[in-house]
Design a protein around this ligand. Structure first.
Ligand code: ATP
Length: 692
């Protein structure tokens, strides 16, 4: 195994437990969680120098985010414009944990999405990074977005999920041991070390949220966005989560999260608050300055009241209409009077011996060293992925095959389903293959193969892919891998299982229905079935790449109906099919599958079938005559296979383009034509596609 071990089984016992020279101390006050740093030996060398995993990672300069006159509107149902953000300005600095707060519908998530570059492109205003205009592509590489409903792969342990993130993000740059050290340090920092061998499905809500943060910390990004990180967590988990974010911020990162009214204790942990109301900024500054600020407006917060609650009530106009006054007082985000003292400047004045010992990235390093790092230019090379396309493909393929294998119930279900279906179909068509009196019935047998390989691969994709998309969206947006490596790994991972099931099913029905015992015919039939299955799989992805789960489950089977009808069009009057209909029939891949199957079973010098002695009129013993009556004339097996291959390439490529477009829309970059089509579909057909 090379330096990048793509194996998915990691045990705490053999690789994890013993590395740590770092131990966690817990006090009853969750704010006092600290990491004991490695001690330094007499010779001055850190005895744990090889235990500080994050030391391997590049350090980043401070990333300060500034926005001016940001406005964002959407079209509403009446074709009017709804202004969600109205000329707001503000600044979010490194070393600070910032909360974007406000009443429901104030525009918090919209602002967060806009700053992160997620799903929004047509805004007006300026966003600057370290005083330079934001380069969205570059910024995406240095920032990570942890969404509100972040989902994690339920079949993998915390350690495995972390190793996947490490393998994909760090590539072959680091060896397995170094990656384990990095992971260990992050898990310690996030207090997840005890859950390292727990599968994600069994994690608590808070642990899952921390795992999402942990996975994104693997390559030490300088900017983190979190959409409502405490939603769904109990008080303790919320406090632990925010406390962790605070430590991460104080170690030099820029951390911005949207949050609903937090309890007083939680509120105090934020360095800075940015309050939105009706799309406008009504306050930005430190938590401690809120009460004096409100006092200046003429509002006095009762001593027993949580300032956060009070502020939200004021923003909701519960004490009268102070909205305009507040927007003017803070000049819609242009006033910096209430801002906290910059931690960055604070650090500059601290001597190196008083380094911040609670940070992960900065632990062990002196403040001064860090500051030198923060004053550096952002190194664009360091932002490039160290994982090649081929390595990504291998890692993802291994991950997907393991995932499929672990979903035992699904594997068993499909296996039993194929056997039971094989027994039913084989039982219904038993012995018809060589019986001239049942030739039409045998045509039905070919039809069942086509229908089976339409629905067997299609339905699972329709049911699974929309959920898979959510995971893909997060990982792709956070730059884990290329879409092409993911897509190819997904297609490849499904193939062996589909192949095996086809061998079982087709062998059963072929033998039971007494088709000609010629290996080449079976191989030809198998090729048609597999190609049909692969196309159905791609059609499933094509449909579900654009639709929500419910719509996909509805649209998939409905779309299949014309394809099925065209596949058996003209039975009984095949000679009279018009050229126009023959042309239209080409658009159904099932038609090509049917033609190839009929040619397989009745072409290639197929001997006459046997007429039972009881049969007086045995019309269909001659294969050529049967094909003419059925409307399957001038067949050519290889031209049908050619059409099926072309169909497969087109559907697979189109599905890729649509998935890419959907993900690009999440990144805010979307094509105007697509936008227009989407808009028309929603407007005139009330056609809900998907939610970002
Ligand atoms: N695509 C859209 N089309 C129409 N209205 C939208 C769209 N996106 C957001 N909005 C509206 O913009 C407003 C702000 O939405 P946003 O999700 O940013 O609010 P929020 O402050 O995060 O709310 P909450 O705290 O309830 O999540 C809401 O009134 C919402 O209905």
């Amino acid at each position: 195994m090379d330096s990048t071990d793509i194996g998915c089984t990691y045990s705490m016992d053999d690789s994890y437990k013993s590395h740590s020279g770092t131990s966690l101390n817990y006090s009853t006050d969750i704010n006092a969680i600290s990491v004991d740093l490695p001690v330094t030996s007499d010779d001055g060398i850190s005895t744990c120098s090889n235990r500080n995993g994050l030391k391997y990672l590049p350090r980043w300069p401070a990333v300060n985010l500034e926005f001016r006159d940001l406005s964002y509107s959407v079209s509403d149902a009446n074709q009017g414009k709804k202004k969600i953000l109205k000329n707001i300005s503000g600044e979010f600095k490194s070393h600070e944990l910032t909360a974007i707060m406000g009443p429901s519908g104030a525009g918090k998530t919209t602002l967060l999405n806009l700053l992160a570059g997620f799903g929004i492109s047509n805004y007006s205003g300026y966003i600057n990074i370290n005083r330079n205009p934001r380069d969205p592509r570059l910024f995406r590489k240095m920032s990570r977005y942890i969404m509100q409903n972040d989902i994690v792969d339920p079949y993998f342990t915390v350690m495995e999920a972390m190793m996947l993130a490490a393998n994909l993000k760090l590539g072959s740059e680091f060896n397995r041991q170094q990656k384990l050290e990095i992971i260990e340090e992050i898990l310690n920092m996030l207090r997840l070390e005890k859950t390292a061998n727990t599968v994600a499905a069994r994690l608590s809500g808070g642990e899952r949220k921390r795992l999402c943060v942990a996975m994104e910390l693997v390559n030490n990004p300088p900017v983190l966005f979190l959409d409502e990180p405490t939603t769904g967590l109990d008080d303790l988990s919320s406090s632990q989560c925010v406390s962790l974010l605070r430590r991460l911020a104080h170690s030099g990162r820029t951390i911005i999260c949207s949050i609903h009214t937090p309890p007083a204790k939680l509120f105090q942990m934020f360095d800075k608050v940015y309050v939105l109301a009706e799309g406008q900024c009504v306050y930005q500054g430190s938590v401690g300055n809120i009460v004096p600020y409100l006092k200046e407006i003429g509002l006095s917060c009762p001593i027993t009241y949580n300032p956060a609650d009070f502020f939200i009530e004021v923003a909701c106009r519960e004490y009268g209409d102070y909205h305009k006054q507040m927007v003017n007082a803070i000049d819609n985000g242009n006033v910096y009077r209430w801002m906290p003292n910059s931690r960055y400047s604070e650090m500059k004045s601290i001597s190196p011996t008083t380094s911040n010992t609670t940070s992960g990235a900065s632990s062990g390093a002196s403040s001064l060293n860090e500051l030198e790092q923060f004053e550096m230019e952002i190194d664009k090379k360091a932002l490039q992925s160290h994982c090649s396309w081929w390595l990504q493909y291998r890692i993802l393929l291994h991950h997907m095959v393991t995932k499929m294998w672990r979903d035992k119930s699904y594997i068993k279900l499909r296996f039993y389903m194929n056997i039971i279906l094989g027994l039913i179909v084989g039982g219904i068509y038993v012995g018809v293959g060589n019986d001239a009196s049942k030739a039409l019935f045998n045509f039905g047998f070919a039809f069942t193969i086509v229908i089976a390989y339409l629905y067997l691969p299609l339905m699972p994709v329709l049911a699974q892919f929309p959920t898979e998309m959510k995971l893909l969206k997060r990982e792709y947006f956070n730059q884990w891998y290329n879409l092409s490596s993911y897509y190819l790994a997904m297609i490849t991972s499904r193939f062996p299982y589909m192949f095996l099931l086809a061998v079982i099913y087709l062998t059963m029905v072929y033998l039971m229905s007494n088709q000609p015992l010629e290996l080449f015919r079976f191989a030809m039939l198998f090729l048609v079935a597999i190609l049909t299955a692969q196309i159905s799989d791609s059609v499933g992805m094509l449909v579900s790449s654009r639709l929500s789960l419910v719509n996909a489950m509805f649209m998939g089977p409905v779309m299949a109906v014309p394809l099925i009808l065209l596949s058996c069009y003209g039975i009984g009057y095949g000679r009279d099919i018009s050229p126009f209909m023959r042309f239209i029939m080409n658009f159904s891949y099932l038609r090509h599958s049917m033609e190839a199957l009929v040619e397989t079973l009745y072409g290639y010098n197929r001997a006459d079938t046997i007429c039972p002695p009881t049969e007086v009129l045995c019309l269909f013993k001659n294969a050529k005559f049967l094909r003419e009556i059925l409307g399957y004339v001038n067949l050519n097996y290889w031209s049908s296979i050619f059409f099926l291959v072309i169909y497969y390439i087109v559907c697979t490529s189109l599905a890729f383009v649509l998935i890419k477009h959907r993900l690009s829309a999440s990144n805010g970059a979307t094509n105007r034509i697509f936008q227009y089509i989407n808009h028309m579909l929603v407007k005139y057909l009330n056609f809900t596609t998907y939610k970002y």
